[in-house]
Ligand binder design. Structure first.
Ligand code: NAP
Ligand code: ZN
Ligand code: ZN
Length: 346
C-alpha cells in the first residue's frame, strides 16, 4: 500500500478537505500514475452532495485524470514509465459480457467499477483523481497524445467522450444541424467536437453571456433559452439536439425544435425526474435518447481526434484549496469552461 495525499468530502454536502488515502500495491497488470491534473465534473458535485442517492464517504471525487506513468507491473505491455496517460469514469469491468466484449465497458452487464464512489472487485472503496497518484489496470488507462497539453486533456476523459460518443452515433457531420444545450464543461466540448465533425452548430444557453466564446469555439449561432422567441424562431430546425443540462428541463419545448426524425440525446443527469408529453415525440417520429460516457476504445479514438484537430478543453486551472469555491461556481453556471485541479497543490 502507498499513502497519498487527496481531497475528500468526509460526508454528504460537507466541504472537501485535504486528507490521506491508501492506494493498492502495483499488481501484475497495474500502472501507477503520478496524477498531474484532475478536472471537476458536475457529476462530482451531484455525488459529493448525494444528489443521485446514497454515496460512499469519505469520497475522493475526480474522473478526469491526466498524469504520467510512474511504475508498471510485470505483466503490463501497453505502457511504460514516463508515458502520458489518462483515466476516465471507470477503472474495471467484467471483461466477459456482451458489452465489455464489444468495447462498451460503460454498459457492462455486471456494472463497471466507477473510478470513485464505488467498490472494486475486492470490495474496497474506489477513490478518484483529486489525489496525487492512482493505481489502475492497464486495460482501463488511455494514452494522451503528445499534441495535447495534459491540463487541457484531463476534461476530455469525461466531458470529451460523453459528447463525442453521441455526436458520432447520431452522425453529427456535414449537412447536419446540431444544437448543444448548456455551455458548461460538457457543452463547450460538444460545440468543439460537433464543429470539428463538420456539423452546423447552434448553442442554446440560458443567456447570451457566453455568446462570444460559443462562436469562437465553433458555433455558427447562439440563442438565449430564457427568451421565449427563441423557441418560436427555431421550431423544427435541428437534426440533433444534445442536452448537457444538469437541471430538469422542459423537454417538450426542446423536442419542438427538432425536424421530423430528429433526435434529442440527453447526457445531462439532473437529480430530479422530468416528465414529457408523449405527443412531443409521436408527431414527427422523433427520438428521445440518452447516452453515458463511452468505452475505452472510443475514448482513445476521441483523444486522437482532439489531438488531430488541435484542441483540448477550455480550462481554469485551480489549486486544490479552491475546490469548494469552484463547486459553487459550477452550480452557478459560472465555469469557463472546466475547472482543472493542479494536483501538485494537493
Ligand atoms: P456544467 O459545467 O455545470 O454545465 C451544465 C450547463 O447546463 C451549465 O453551464 C448551464 O449552461 C446549463 N444549466 C445549468 N442549470 C440550468 C438550468 N436550471 N436550466 C437550463 N440550463 C441550465 O456541468 P457538466 O460537468 O457539463 O455536466 C452537465 C451534466 O451532465 C451534469 O448533470 C452531469 O452530471 C452530467 N454528466 C453526464 C454524463 C453522462 O455520461 N451522461 C457524463 C458527465 C456528466 P448555460 O449557462 O449555457 O445555460
Ligand atoms: Zn464526469
Ligand atoms: Zn461486462
Amino acid at each position: 500500500m502507498t499513502t497519498v495525499a487527496a481531497y475528500a468530502a468526509p460526508a454528504a454536502k460537507a466541504p472537501l478537505e485535504r486528507t490521506a488515502i491508501e492506494r493498492r500495491p502495483v499488481g501484475e497488470f497495474d500502472v501507477l500514475i503520478d496524477i498531474k491534473y484532475a478536472g471537476i465534473c458536475h457529476s462530482d458535485i451531484h455525488q459529493a452532495r448525494e444528489g443521485w442517492g446514497e454515496a460512499i464517504f469519505p469520497m475522493v471525487p475526480g474522473h478526469e485524470i491526466a498524469g504520467v506513468v510512474a511504475e508498471v507491473g510485470p505483466g503490463v505491455t501497453r505502457y511504460a514509465v514516463g508515458d502520458r496517460v489518462g483515466v476516465g469514469c471507470f477503472v474495471d469491468s467484467c471483461r466477459e459480457c456482451e458489452y465489455c466484449r464489444k468495447g462498451e465497458e460503460q454498459y457492462c452487464a455486471k456494472g463497471a467499477v466507477n473510478t470513485y464512489n464505488d467498490l472494486d472487485g475486492n470490495g474496497e472503496p474506489t477513490y478518484g483523481g483529486y489525489s496525487r497518484a492512482v493505481v489502475v489496470d492497464e486495460n482501463y488507462v488511455l494514452r494522451i497524445p503528445d499534441a495535447l497539453p495534459l491540463d487541457a486533456a484531463a476534461p476530455l476523459l469525461c466531458a470529451g467522450i460523453t459528447t463525442y460518443s453521441p455526436l458520432k452515433r447520431w452522425q453529427a457531420g456535414p449537412g447536419k444541424s446540431v444544437a448543444v444545450v448548456g455551455m458548461g464543461g460538457l457543452g463547450h466540448m460538444g460545440v468543439k467536437i460537433a464543429h470539428a465533425l463538420g456539423a452546423e452548430v447552434t448553442v442554446l444557453s440560458q443567456s447570451l453571456r457566453k455568446e462570444e466564446d460559443g462562436l469562437r469555439l465553433g458555433a455558427g449561432h447562439y440563442y438565449a433559452t430564457a427568451d421565449p422567441a427563441t423557441f418560436e424562431k427555431l421550431a423544427g430546425s435541428f437534426d440533433l439536439i444534445l442536452s448537457t443540462v444538469s437541471a430538469p428541463l422542459n423537454l417538450d419545448a426542446y423536442l419542438s425544435l427538432l425536424k421530423p426524425d430528429g433526435a434529442l440525446v440527453n447526457v445531462g443527469a439532473p437529480e430530479e425526474p422530468v416528465s414529457i408529453n408523449l405527443f412531443s415525440v409521436i408527431g414527427g417520429r422523433k427520438t428521445l435518447a440518452g447516452s453515458m460516457i463511452g468505452g475505452i476504445a472510443e475514448t482513445q479514438e476521441m483523444l486522437d481526434f482532439c489531438a488531430e484537430h488541435g484542441f483540448g478543453a477550455e480550462i481554469e486551472l485551480i489549486r486544490a484549496d479552491e475546490i469548494n469555491t469552484a463547486y459553487e461556481r459550477v452550480l452557478a453556471s459560472d465555469v469557463r469552461y472546466r475547472f482543472v485541479i493542479d494536483a501538485s497543490s494537493i
